[in-house]
Design a protein. Structure first.
Length: 378
């Protein structure tokens, strides 16, 4: 399927129009044999068509706001979109429609991208599985006959792209919510530095860890989207000036991977080395402390409960019980627990930074297993 750069070239050359791209996506969404009903919680077909016609008119006038103007994208149900209700994949939120777009959505529109609608997700973004009992769970494109989880929490965003119901997906990532569904479905997911993209107009899970991210078909696509969302020039990604030196931690991240994931990781490592990257096996002991740090619920439970306490008191019976249980762990955390967690996190950051001194980054599998079967988890 085409990358954003290929779509931009087709639009510029007149081989495609925005209206054509939008109609193709809408047809995939409406296909009764497809996943559209489970992928999209709300489709703004009329608005998308109107935006596509306007985009084509601007391009004919050589006034398109960016090379990517007219490309249809999806938006996770965690973002405010003007005139729509933000429900976060839940039944417990049914307030007034948003008066304005979240900054991330506004920046996509400013670049001329066409918002098709709101995508399904794990309720309140609190799980990496992508299961949603309220609205159904989109099926992973891999081994669809068996029925496997899409990964979460940006589940609908991922399947909207794999099934050509959009050409990119706007999501969020706290502990893997873009990266996990991307890894499980053959896409690229990107979580930027947290402060790079404004988070106003986005329902929080953990303000300490939340970031606005993207899911798309290539690293280049994610680079373009990240530039747009950060307010930078979305030009073509530039090549590295020198081959990177990359650490490969041998502990924690490689400890429990299954054979399929290990084989895929080894193939990727071989390709990186063939392209000139220097891969160095190291031990990074600080990583082994992560499970214990999260054992009491971590930042996500503490900060989520602070946001949800009143809503749970009023409408807790409407929550997915699994999500309610995760959030409710925060009620048992004390101020001392949270302060201790903040101190341990600072130590972890310092130790990882020291362990990676001299490297440009580190590489590891995103997930330890292939996508599990859905019927084993519901």
């Amino acid at each position: 399927m085409p990358t954003l750069q290929e779509l931009a070239a087709d639009l510029a050359a007149g081989r495609a129009t925005s209206e054509q791209l939008v109609e193709e996506c809408l047809a995939r969404i409406a296909d009764p044999d497809g996943e559209g009903e489970r992928v999209y919680l709300e489709v703004d077909a009329d608005g998308a068509r109107e935006a596509a016609r306007a985009s084509d008119a601007l391009r004919r006038a050589r006034a398109e706001p960016s090379p990517y103007a007219g490309i249809p994208v999806s938006v996770k149900d965690l973002f405010d979109v003007r005139g729509q209700v933000t429900r976060a994949g839940s039944l417990a939120l049914d307030g007034a429609p948003a008066r304005s777009d979240a900054t991330a959505v506004a920046r996509l529109r400013r670049a001329g991208m066409v918002v098709l609608g709101r995508t399904n997700m794990t309720e309140f973004a609190f799980s990496g599985l992508g299961v949603n009992p309220h609205h159904g769970t989109p099926a992973n494109p891999w081994d669809r006959g068996r029925g496997r989880i899409p990964g979460g929490s940006s589940s609908g965003a991922a399947v909207s792209v794999t099934d050509a119901m959009a050409h990119a997906g706007l999501g969020t990532d706290t502990g893997g919510s873009c990266r996990i569904p991307a890894a499980l479905s053959g896409l690229v997911g990107f979580k930027p530095t947290q402060r790079r993209v404004p988070r106003d107009g986005v329902i929080p899970l953990s303000p300490t860890l939340d970031a606005v991210g993207v899911l798309a078909r290539s690293v280049g696509c994610c680079a373009v989207l990240d530039a747009i969302l950060a307010g930078d020039d979305p030009g073509s990604p530039q090549p590295l000036v020198r081959p990177p030196r990359l650490a490969v931690p041998q502990n924690y991240v490689l400890g429990d991977v299954d054979e399929t994931v290990r084989a895929a990781f080894d193939r990727a490592s071989t390709r990186l080395a063939a392209a000139g990257a220097e891969l160095v096996a190291i031990e990074l002991p600080a990583l082994d402390r992560i499970p214990d740090m999260s054992s009491g619920g971590g930042f996500a439970a503490a900060e989520a409960f602070a946001w949800h306490a009143d809503l749970i008191a009023a409408r807790g019976s409407e929550y997915d019980p699994r999500i309610l249980a995760r959030i409710s762990r925060g009620e048992r955390q004390t101020a001392r627990d949270l302060l201790d967690l903040q101190a341990r996190r600072a130590e972890l950051i310092d130790d990882v930074r020291a362990g990676l001194a001299g490297f440009d980054g580190f590489v590891c599998p995103t997930v330890p297993v292939v996508a599990p079967a859905l019927d084993a988890l519901v």
